[in-house]
Design a protein. Structure first.
Length: 541
């Protein structure tokens, strides 16, 4: 009220001479400017008085909001008090906003920092933090700053564990106890002893509460991080165990399966005697099914090796045109069986890829097989390649198949995942082809991805390091590398394998090619065979 009266007086003192000047009959040339300056001065002073009153009002509201009791009626002292208490609260709130995860081994260091900050901010005689064990109900691991307490703390700490105490904490004269709790779980208590002449202010209690909360969040963060790490380790162990089991199982299946396939091929090649057309057709059906099963087994084995980090790429520069042409021919018979058309767009003869030769064939066969498999009869499979930015080559396989819904796209590169589509679910497979393709691409310094629209088809691509090819040099290399198939001339070959069936199967092939064969199932038999025969070549499993 006084400020408004003072402002009114200032306005009156500035306005009165101005009014007299207006109604005066005679005015000197000097009096007019002086009267105007007088009015401006008094009006400015009234504005300053009003602004000061407004600042004082807002400052008192801020003090009240922070529950700070003003220690003086002077504006400057109130402002100093407000700034000081605000800084204390700010430091208590933001001092431990850590961006990195907290490990258990670092918790003690950070908790000690909280205790020391409490000691400084509250100008305490001592500050200590004790941790509470929920199972035993005991206090332990006390962290301390300041002068040893002159008052027993156990009773104050026990009070913090009660339902009422865990919410409010406790205050006894110059001693403050704040629970270190989060979401109803008590982790410990922060105990502060102030000098005997100092009574805790509301701001002191707020600072203590904020620092106790920071300690609780720190403990929760550390425990949560450790729990996540344990869960991740268990998950990784589970995946490794599952993959290892499948790999071992697949390895055990592949041996007998290989013998079955070799036996069928021996029959079809006529090495086991003549066969009728009906018998040969039955053998071909058996061979097709066995080869499909072998592909599934190989996918599991290859994926297990990639997951275990045992796959290493041996990249070489490969010419794309003959590679894609060869793979198009490989997939064409499978595509024609479903009425598909396979198109290979022209590829620049100087365009090559820097990749492991076996890996690139495996990745592209996976993409082509999927394109044929997930395209209904009478579709079109298109293969093309082009240069991409960053010395890359992009190899694309497009189809006019069923496509993939937006909600199902995340499953495509997930291990053992199948897209939820009636046509797709009817197709055979392990769900490992695409994950294996992406991992092999990454091993070779590239990536695999796709675009798809439900009902219209998909385009899968590989983005790999490119290579510049000299067509003439590669043509000469291919001609020089063409060798005749090996033909025996009575040479002796030693076959070492613990599987008798595998040894006998291979022996039939080699004998048919004109070689002499000696078998050995173990170390002793190998030594005996080497003593008794002159061996030119050994085939060891």
């Amino acid at each position: 009220m006084f400020s408004f009266i003072a402002a009114g007086v200032c306005v009156l003192l500035g306005s009165a001479p101005l009014l007299l000047l207006v109604f005066a009959r005679e005015v000197s040339s000097l009096s007019s400017p002086l009267v105007v300056l007088n009015a401006v001065g008094w009006w400015s002073l009234s504005l300053v008085v009003l602004l000061r009153e407004r600042l004082a009002t807002r400052l008192r509201r801020g003090l009240a909001a922070l529950e700070i009791t003003p220690t003086s009626n002077h504006l400057e002292q109130e402002l100093d008090q407000f700034l000081y208490e605000s800084k204390r609260l700010y430091r208590a709130f933001y001092a431990f906003r850590l961006e990195d995860e907290i490990r258990s081994r670092d918790v003690g260091v950070h908790l000690q920092r909280i205790v020391e900050l409490t000691y400084r901010e509250l100008r305490a005689k001592s500050a200590e933090l004790a941790l509470y064990d929920q199972e035993t109900g005991l206090w332990s691991q006390v962290l301390f700053a300041g002068i040893p307490s002159s008052v027993g703390s156990q009773s104050m700490l026990v009070e913090a564990t009660t339902e009422a105490g865990s919410k409010r904490g406790a205050v006894d004269g110059h001693i403050i106890v704040k629970p270190v709790s989060f979401a109803g779980t008590l982790f410990g208590a922060l105990r502060i002893e102030l000098p005997e002449t100092q009574t805790p202010s509301p701001t002191d209690l707020k600072v203590a509460y904020l620092l106790a909360t920071q300690a609780a969040i720190l403990l929760v963060d550390a425990r949560f991080t450790e729990a996540l790490l344990r869960m991740r380790e268990k998950s990784e162990e589970s995946v490794r165990a599952k993959t290892g089991f499948l790999a071992n199982l697949s390895h055990e299946i592949r041996g007998p399966l290989g013998i079955v396939l070799n036996g069928i091929e021996l029959i079809l090649d006529g090495l086991c005697g003549p066969t009728t057309d009906s018998q040969a057709e039955t053998c071909r059906m058996m061979k097709t099914s066995a080869e499909h099963l072998l592909d599934l087994v190989n996918d599991v084995l290859d994926y297990a090796k990639v997951e275990a980090g045992k796959v290493r790429a041996k990249p070489v520069d490969l010419e794309l045109q003959p590679l894609l042409s060869d793979l198009a021919n490989v997939i064409r018979s499978q595509a024609h069986a479903k009425g598909h058309t396979v198109k290979l767009e022209p590829v620049d003869q100087t365009l090559g890829v820097h990749c492991d030769k076996r890996h690139i064939r495996q990745m592209l066969i996976n993409l082509l097989t999927n394109a044929v498999k997930y395209t209904e009869n009478g579709g079109t499979i298109t293969i093309r390649a082009e240069r991409a930015p960053g010395d890359r080559v992009k190899i694309m396989v497009s189809d006019t198949g069923v496509g993939i819904a937006e909600s199902e796209k995340r499953k495509v590169f997930g291990a053992f995942e199948r897209v939820d589509n009636s046509y797709a679910l009817a197709q055979a497979g392990t769900g490992l082809g695409m994950p294996l393709t992406r991992k092999l691409a990454e091993v070779n310094g590239g990536t695999a991805d796709f675009d798809s629209e439900l009902g219209k088809g998909s385009t899968f691509w590989l983005l790999l390091p490119s290579a510049d090819i000299d067509p003439e040099r590669h043509a000469h290399d291919k001609t020089a590398s063409e060798d005749l198939p090996p033909q025996g001339n009575g040479e002796t070959i030693l076959i070492v394998d613990d599987s008798q069936e595998s040894r006998e199967m291979l022996e039939r092939y080699l004998v048919h090619q004109g070689f002499n064969v000696v078998q050995a199932g173990g170390g002793a038999e190998v030594l005996r065979s080497l003593r008794e025969s002159t061996v030119q070549l050994a085939v060891v499993e």
